[in-house]
Design a binder for this molecule. Structure first.
Ligand SMILES: [Fe+2]
Ligand SMILES: [Fe+2]
Length: 246
């Protein structure tokens, strides 16, 4: 397996290569930096073909990518999720919850940050136990609400990030009330309990530690993640090929 350094070098090499295809960004990639109602700026195509697959600026993914391949080739730093999963293991939770902790923020790591609990859950839903994706979907909401019964407090970090007067919006309040009464509430709550940043800043956790947990609890499709017929396969393809024209 390539080291982080080798992968970074390969990515850098790919970045420096001139693009032989015209790349047009999706509206979502630039919305806010530019007015989304305006036409998307595009480079002069000079007769070049448009991007319809692999973007040569990105490290190339295997033809049949696995979940770990997405961690290796498309996700940003995932130490936070790895540390959460290890902490969960240390706290003696079930394997399902360890998996949920390992994957709870994948939307932030590689897809879309806004509403990351929902996006993460949707990406994973066809491949994991329903309880796992449910727990991941609602961890985003539960993070805003304390639960003294398990010693979970409103995060100090959120006060810093969002201000002391931030109040979760009505749809989040409603999602909280729904989740609070659900039979899987505690599964989702356990993600928030183990959702710590730098619980041990020196702990180095490798993805490979979770090979067996993932092997037993994640239904890796034979065709490769994104090339299977699941309802979220297109989302994985988009992570693989984010600049595909259509
Ligand atoms: Fe999260
Ligand atoms: Fe998290």
């Amino acid at each position: 397996m390539a080291t982080t350094m080798q992968r970074a070098e390969a990515a850098e090499h790919a970045m420096s290569e001139e693009l032989d295809r015209v790349v047009v960004k999706s509206v979502l990639f630039t919305s806010g930096e530019r007015d989304p109602r305006m036409p998307i700026p595009r480079p002069p195509d000079q007769g070049k073909l448009y991007q319809m697959g692999h973007d040569s600026r990105l490290p190339k993914m295997p033809d049949k990518p696995t979940l770990f391949d997405f961690f290796r080739y498309r996700f940003g730093p995932s130490a936070h999720m790895l540390q959460s999963a290890r902490l969960a293991q240390k706290n003696g939770v079930s394997e399902k919850i360890v998996l949920a902790c390992l994957l709870h923020d994948i939307a932030i790591a590689g897809f879309i940050r806004s509403d990351h609990g929902y996006w993460s859950a949707q990406l994973l839903e066809p491949y994991v136990d329903e309880e796992v994706s449910w727990a991941i979907r609602y961890h985003q909401t539960l993070r805003f609400f304390a639960d003294d019964s398990v010693g979970y407090k409103y995060p100090e970090m959120y006060v810093k990030l969002f201000g002391a007067d931030y109040q979760p919006e009505p749809h989040i309040q409603a999602a909280y009330r729904y989740a609070r009464d659900h039979k899987w509430y505690m599964s989702s709550r356990l993600i928030t309990v183990n959702d710590l940043y730098s619980f041990d800043p020196n702990a180095k956790v490798e993805l490979e530690e979770f090979t067996d947990v993932v092997g037993r609890n994640f239904k890796q499709p034979n065709e490769g993640l994104g090339f299977d017929p699941s309802p979220s396969a297109h989302m994985w393809r988009t992570i693989n090929w984010p600049t595909r024209y259509l």
